[in-house]
Design a protein around this ligand. Structure first.
Ligand code: HAM
Length: 435
């Protein structure tokens, strides 16, 4: 019998997992620097967290949730997104009664029962941030700038940022009414009419060409923003301008979840074809209250790691190079294994990536393993080396051999490595070795 991973589940195995790590760390780093703190949350929640939080009219809730009944007859759902769960945890822990804004980041798997295709999976991964408890539009600017900094850490260039404002409740009520009137004047199929009745904004998200065409004359939300909403949206734009962050305004951008108000945004990478949204987010004024908390506003984003990885591949950006395998040790027989382990442990404590040969293998087999490991250097540890405290260090790419004293080995390897690393990627991988 041969088992396979369930259909649509995206897994990352070595060596591809090195790009996964690199992308994840590059996206998290700017959030940490802006004082966002990690939340490691439940992978499944009471179903109502999502039906109330995300909204019944969304595809995510109505068609894509993995919902099951547990042994205690409770309805639980694998998290399809992160924002509602963060809100539940903030309310439950009382963090909303402390210092505001609460700034959170998270990373992990999410689950949606979608039809799998390139860039769309049933288990996928997000890095997300949420800043809760301040209506200041400069927080919107901070959130967007953290995402762009993450992309720039990776060297990613070919994406665009699209922004919109869905206005506050008053603006949106006025707009919904106008949009609903317009939609019901069109000849739409029954399912779309029903959607227009439940939440007309959802119809703007419909990507079918005939619907897009019918929507070309639809009223624009931007004409319905009241004074405070318009002012906030202008501040967001001015803030992005001052940071030199390029964007386009698209009044049709509504996003697929019901909790959004005011600023919404999406990062699009056109090279990815149909699944081009590499990340998105926005402000959510009523979400916390709808989950039984205080009426606090928040803003955040979710970035799709799988899609950012595809974007990196499309732009020729590859996996880790900051902390590649530095050295491979070949003990000559089992009596030198514990000494090899001692040296490896010391080198690792200095932040170097070090491996060694296991099993009582011949010198030839040990050298072969060293070559296959992709290490920068290798050396043999036997009687002579152990007594003289000096080794013959071989650079595997060139075959160049050099005598090095064991006590000088760590600094030699560190210098040889630092020539190979640059900028933030190196810093991130060094941070990894510490954490
Ligand atoms: P979302 O737009 O539904 O927003 O998802 C965010 C990102 O996750 C998408 O832009 C996409 O890159 C990725 N993604 C979504 N579904 C899939 C899938 N089936 N396969 C692969 N990647 C996928 C949210 O989830 C919100 N919670 C974001 C947010 C945070 N808004 C405010 N705070």
């Amino acid at each position: 019998m041969k088992f396979q991973a369930p259909k649509g589940v995206k897994e990352y195995l070595p060596p591809a997992s090195s790009l996964f790590e690199r992308v994840r760390d590059a996206l998290i780093a700017p959030a940490r620097l802006a004082n966002y703190q990690l939340m490691e949350l439940a992978i499944f929640e009471e179903t109502e967290v999502f039906t109330r939080g995300v909204g019944e009219s969304t595809d995510v809730v109505s068609k894509e949730m993995y919902t099951f009944t547990d042994r205690g007859d409770r309805s639980l759902t694998l998290r399809p997104e992160g924002t509602a769960g963060v809100m539940r945890a903030v309310i439950e822990s009382g963090m909303d009664r402390g210092q505001l804004p609460v700034k959170i980041y998270y990373v992990g798997p999410f689950f949606r029962a979608e039809r799998p295709q390139a860039g769309r999976y049933r288990q996928f991964y997000q890095v997300g941030i949420e800043a809760i408890g301040s209506e200041d539009p400069y927080l919107d600017v901070e959130v967007i700038s953290i995402a762009t900094q993450g992309f720039s850490n990776l060297g990613l260039k070919g994406f665009t940022l699209v922004i919109n404002s869905l206005g506050d409740t008053e603006s949106r009520i006025a707009y919904r009414e106008a949009l609903s009137k317009y939609l019901l004047s069109l000849s739409l199929d029954e399912a779309t009419r029903e959607r227009a009745r439940i939440n007309p904004l959802r119809v703007l998200d419909d990507k079918r060409p005939e619907i897009s065409a019918a929507l070309s004359q639809a009223p624009s939300i931007l004409d319905f923003l009241n004074e405070p909403s318009r002012r906030d949206f202008e501040k967001v734009q001015a803030g992005l301008d001052s940071l030199d962050i390029q964007y386009e305004i698209n009044p049709r951008l509504v996003r697929g979840l019901d909790y959004y108000t005011k600023t919404t945004f999406e990062f699009v990478h056109p090279q990815l074809g149909a699944q081009s949204g590499i990340g998105g987010g926005g402000r959510y004024d009523g979400l916390m209250e709808s989950l039984g908390g205080q009426p606090l506003s928040g803003i955040g984003f979710g970035i799709g790691l799988d899609r950012v990885i595809l974007a990196c591949e499309a732009e020729g950006i590859s996996g880790f190079f900051g902390n590649a395998l530095s050295c491979f040790i070949i003990p000559l027989g089992s009596e030198f294994q514990s000494e090899a382990m001692f040296i490896a442990t010391e080198l690792r404590a200095r932040g170097l990536r070090v491996d060694s040969a296991f099993g009582d293998r011949s010198l030839k087999a040990g050298m072969k393993a060293a070559d296959k490991s992709g290490a920068q250097f290798a050396f043999v540890l036997g009687e002579r080396e152990s007594v003289s405290r000096s080794i013959e260090l071989k650079e595997l790419a060139t075959g160049k051999v050099q005598s090095i004293k064991l006590e000088e080995l760590a600094s030699y390897l560190l210098t040889a490595r630092s020539e190979d690393t640059s900028g933030i990627q190196g810093d991130i991988s060094r941070e990894n070795t510490r954490g």
